[in-house]
Design a protein around this ligand. Structure first.
Ligand code: SF4
Length: 410
């Protein structure tokens, strides 16, 4: 895979070495077991795959290069570059300004932009409306577009389904930038609806079967369907795509469920299913798949707790937390400062959307065993900081340098 020029302060010597060694030994990515870092009283099990993905590294490289190559120019980002507070703060410190917040609310009026300005399109992509606004102002959108190719792949898949007259069902978070962008691109080609979870897929099914009156759909799915959507006509042939960072098992369950609904309603067979249901595999990206598979494998390791590092508004990170929570005590933090002491940790509950303080999060027995992973927008340097902080509470641990020397000799 292409190597990107990402600022060195996002890297970690320890983690870069681990990733390099694991890659050398497992070129085909078949081994998802975690890496044990044995510090003595503290044993860290690091997920096989975590941290910056292709799309994030690509976006960061373009953003920092743009800043470097355009001194004196006004540089804007449509919204957060990626869902990591440190990366966004670093860009803001380099003078980059944000035009919208993550919900799409305007922070700086578009009509204050001129054709001399540079506007970076984030890794999530953007809507056709916004692309048009920029083009109308005279701002080139190709050169500074960091839309991830794996997001574009979803748009292409949607277009392919649309070309065969299927309605597009998008499994995603309706307010997430990527889902808004995918919805915009999909609905330019075909009727489209967003479902955020299985509960909504089940509600949608009642409109497919006619169990719910069609007119209720418009209120129930408000802001989640394309203009002119006709419930009676547009739910007769469907295909499912998803936001690239959803939980793989959720998307699969939703696609399987909707497929069965169509089979039952239209008495379809294997030979005729394609008449009503587009044969799509999920459109999760490779990083989401690798990171979720790595967490599932890591969870087979007996451990005392899990720590997941990432931005609190990061969809892919929250799904890693969701998987860990099913198995053991899990703490979702966005940097090492949230580990207040050996006794207390401040961590995010993404269900209630609040940070909470938990006491006695570390067991008293040694060695303690901690599972660690991070989201696709989290710099490895933050994960190393977390490891450093944890081992600092235990006298007699090996140092990170000693572990690096050990790994280098394997
Ligand atoms: S998580 Fe996947 S789709 Fe999103 S930026 Fe990374 S590689 Fe691209």
């Amino acid at each position: 895979m292409k190597q990107f020029d990402v600022p060195v302060f996002y890297r970690s010597n320890l983690i870069s070495l681990i990733k390099k060694k694991r890659k050398e030994k497992d070129k085909l990515k078949k081994d998802f077991t975690p890496t044990l870092l044995d510090f003595g009283p503290v044993q860290i099990f690091l997920a096989r795959h975590f941290g910056f993905c292709y799309g994030v590294e690509n976006a960061i490289e373009i953003a920092f290069k743009t800043v470097e190559q355009n001194p004196g120019k006004r540089i804007f980002l449509l919204s957060e570059m990626i869902h990591n507070p440190q990366v966004n703060a670093d860009l803001a410190n380099h003078g980059v300004r944000f035009l919208q917040n993550t919900e799409g609310k305007e922070l700086i009026p578009f009509d204050s932009l001129t054709k001399e300005d540079i506007v970076l399109i984030p890794a999530f992509g953007t809507t056709l409306d916004i692309e048009k606004k920029l083009v109308d102002i005279g701002i080139p959108i190709e050169k500074y577009n960091t839309t991830c190719p794996f997001v574009e792949k979803v748009w292409n898949r949607s277009a392919a389904i649309a070309a065969k007259d299927y309605t597009i069902i998008i499994h995603g978070k309706p307010s997430h930038e990527e889902t808004r962008a995918t919805f915009s691109h999909a609905s330019a080609n075909a009727p489209s609806v967003v479902v955020k979870n299985m509960a909504q897929a089940q509600r949608l099914a009642t409109y497919i079967t006619g169990a719910s009156p069609a007119q209720n759909f418009y209120e129930e799915f408000k802001n989640q369907y394309s203009e002119g959507f006709d419930v009676e006509k547009d739910l007769q042939r469907i295909g499912v795509v998803n936001q690239t960072t959803m939980l793989a098992s959720d998307t699969q369950a939703i696609a399987d469920f909707l497929k069965q609904v169509m089979i039952d309603k239209y008495q379809l067979t294997k030979a005729t299913i394609a008449e009503r249901f587009a044969d799509t595999r999920d459109t999760l990206c490779y990083a989401t798949n690798d990171n979720q598979t790595s967490v599932l494998e890591m969870l087979n390791t007996p451990a005392d707790l899990a720590i997941v590092v990432g931005g609190y508004n990061s969809s892919n990170t929250s799904h890693l937390v969701e998987l860990c929570e099913e198995k053991l005590s899990t703490y979702y933090i966005n940097n090492s400062e949230k580990i207040l002491s050996r006794k207390e940790i401040l961590h995010y509950n993404f269900h209630t959307k609040q940070e909470i303080l938990t006491a006695d999060y570390l067991p008293t027995t040694e060695p303690i065993r901690i599972l660690i992973t991070s989201g696709a927008s989290c710099p490895d340097a933050l994960v190393e900081d977390v490891i450093q902080k944890l081992i600092s509470f235990y006298p007699g641990t090996k140092s990170i340098e000693e572990i690096i020397a050990q790994i280098a000799n394997t």
